[in-house]
Design a protein around this ligand. Sequence first.
Ligand code: SF4
Length: 487
Amino acid sequence: MTLIFSGNSFKYEVEAVAKLFFPGESFDFLYEQQFADGDVCIIRRKKCKNYSFCFVTAKLDGKRKRRCCKVKNNDTNYERLCEQTLCRLLFLCLKELTGISPPWGMLTGIRPVAFINKLIDNGMTKDEIKKSLSEDFFASTEKLDFAFEISDVQRPFLNPAKNSFSLYISIPFCPSRCSYCSFVSHSIESAGRLVPDYVEKLCEEISITAEIADKLGLVPDTVYIGGGTPTSLEAGQLFRIMEAAAKNFNLSGVREYTVEAGRADTITEEKLLAIKNAGATRISINPQTMNDDVLKAIGRKHTFEQFLDAYILARRLGFSNINMDLIAGLPTDTFESFKASVDKAIELNPESITVHTLTLKRSSNLFKDFGKVKDNPVEEMVSYSQKALKTAGYRPYYLYRQKNTLDNLENAGYSKKGYESLYNIFIMEEIQTILAVGAGASTKLVDFSKGNIKRVYNYKFPYEYISRFDNLMERKQEIIDFFKGVD
Ligand code: SF4
């Protein structure tokens, strides 16, 4: 598919809309040309004195659709308005030509629930918001109702103390790489020799970050140790990191402390005890699927049985807040097998279950096999999980969307009442500062008074993190600078 731009260069947003209809496809971009062979969309804007004419022509398999609209120049957001208009025209042309109706419409690149929460805070009624999102963004009623349900569940948690923060600790190691993974995670086999130095530097960064938080009067509210797979480390290493957090920060007021135990092949009694004794209150044990063949197909080196053993062990050791992740659309999975995974998860009765939809990122091994998964019945799978989980008493409490997700669907976290993960809500709604440590981690600074958000990135790779640690710590000054002048 070729995208031709004439009188504009709204490439980013236009490409995002085109991708809704042609996931996994690469586009050619041409500027100020009239024609191109094959499938093509022409995005044209003609500026006149007080208005712009916006035209879109889309040609697909020899069929053609055309739409146009006039945009008056009486708005301060004139450029944005023209961009949105061209996107809308393109969306409508491609919807007609392909017969595809993306369930979230044009809501790409934004977090729907956060968007709704903001509109509610700005005084709009539910009906007004629904009307706007369905008419301007073409979102389906079903998805809007789902987003509103989540917004209602989230309301009581949307006011963390202004001087509070969440601490994120990154452990970017995994036992092996899952085929769908795009995360910068390193196999513990190949990168294992880096782990002792990594743990050393991580503890140092925890201490430096605690000094900064102290200086700024910031108080820890939640802690999240994620990855990767934190339980790839040895029990002693995990304990050491958690001990460093407990020694350097005052964790007495922390409301939630999560460790992503992640993969069953890394979980042992010794590690779970270390996690528990070091103060974690919530863990994730993520099967992704309960089907051994599917587990094999995605490159996870554990079985359903091993997952079950890990879960039973965690319960026996007294973990009373456990999350499980599932993914809809995995290679070789079928609707029946996915349904069985959801039913099994419900039967095991964890406090929360997160249902992701498979996302295909270029950096994943699975990307080249896009053709094998693109027709998986994800809509049916996701819809089943939604109904089954609600019937079983789980409430959806957070949601996020990613690019290149099969059928443009979503990832949603469900929990029993009282087990909503605060960290997950805060990170998605961007309503609390996150001080992040470790390779691949990104600190997110939130200034409520001006509505500003700033990110400070750590180096991605462990070897870089270790060798350029001093450089990295100099960047921490940005945290102090950001909060200067914040009320
Ligand atoms: S466990 Fe998670 S982070 Fe690790 S390779 Fe698999 S998907 Fe990636």
